[in-house]
Design a protein around this ligand. Structure first.
Ligand code: NAP
Length: 250
């Protein structure tokens, strides 16, 4: 049984990742917030977590680049200790476009940022957690999207495809390491109020579409964070290779 409580949240400086980092801290975890550019946002979350009385480091690293991921996890080893939970949350979304208007470079970039990042971080985590390597086990939670099922026609098929790959990686890895003390699951958020929709060119997207959601409202990042925390703790000890949809019924 895993007794250490150390979590890495990729993309932990804003949105769902930031609320996840805060919730883990409130539940007794020491936290590594990873981010790409926004130092100010990362430092703000870090200082909130320090105020909760937990240890916290904010580490800038592009998680789609192997050398930066290796350095991120080595920093966690040195400064926090043995990792018990990885939340693969960092991802990007580009402007709404039809498939015919998406360039080869853009499609590659979205796959690299959203899928390669998950693959690289999972490798580092499994190497540390696997009981086969003398590790103590652990949990990995991947943040996928409802887009993996809808396909996001007319908006971002590149992004939806990347999340389909994250779902498949989640399922395969869960089965591969199930006997090594590691559980691997994913959450699939729907329309959540974060700044990501501005990156897609429509900051008000959730409000425009909320009447189509069976629960008649957009979701809050902390509602996603609750599911991520549950999938990471012993409360979900018999769940692996699973998915929780947080999409208001969509
Ligand atoms: P967000 O508000 O845009 O925040 C993205 C976070 O990821 C930021 O902390 C950003 O760092 C970081 N990041 C991006 N690329 C990175 C990289 N290569 N390396 C390290 N960090 C990187 O996003 P969000 O809406 O919270 O989304 C979080 C996750 O939920 C994503 O996987 C997204 O696909 C998924 N999701 C979101 C929604 C939604 O409606 N919001 C719906 C379904 C799924 P900086 O602050 O430094 O830029």
């Amino acid at each position: 049984m895993v007794t250490n409580k150390i979590v890495v949240v990729t993309g932990g400086s804003r949105g769902i990742g930031a609320d996840t980092a805060r919730l883990f801290a409130r539940n007794g975890y020491d936290v590594c917030i990873n981010y790409l550019r926004n130092d100010e946002a990362a430092q703000k979350v870090r200082s909130e977590i320090l105020d909760f009385g937990r240890r916290c480091i904010a580490v800038r690293a592009d998680v789609s680049i192997g050398s930066e991921v290796a350095s991120l996890f080595n920093t966690v080893d040195k400064e926090l200790g043995t990792l018990s939970v990885l939340v693969n949350n960092a991802a990007i979304l580009m402007a709404q476009s039809r498939l015919v208007d998406i360039t080869e470079d853009r499609f590659n970039e979205v796959l690299r940022k959203n899928v390669m990042s998950c693959f690289l971080c999972c490798k580092e985590a499994v190497n540390r957690m696997s009981t086969k390597n003398g590790g103590a086990g652990g949990a990995i939670v991947n943040v996928s999207s409802g887009a993996s099922k809808s396909g996001s026609p007319g908006e971002y098929i590149d992004y939806a495809s990347s999340k389909g790959a994250v779902d498949t990686l989640t399922r395969g890895l869960a089965l591969e390491v199930a006997a090594e003390g590691i559980r691997v699951n994913a959450v699939r958020p729907g329309l959540i109020y974060t700044e990501m929709h501005a990156s897609g060119g429509e900051p008000g997207r959730v409000d425009r579409l909320k009447s189509k959601i069976p629960l008649q409202r957009g979701g809050m990042p902390e509602e996603v964070a609750e599911a991520i925390l549950w999938l990471s703790t012993e409360k979900s000890s018999y769940v692996t290779g699973g998915f929780i949809d947080l999409a208001g019924g969509l």
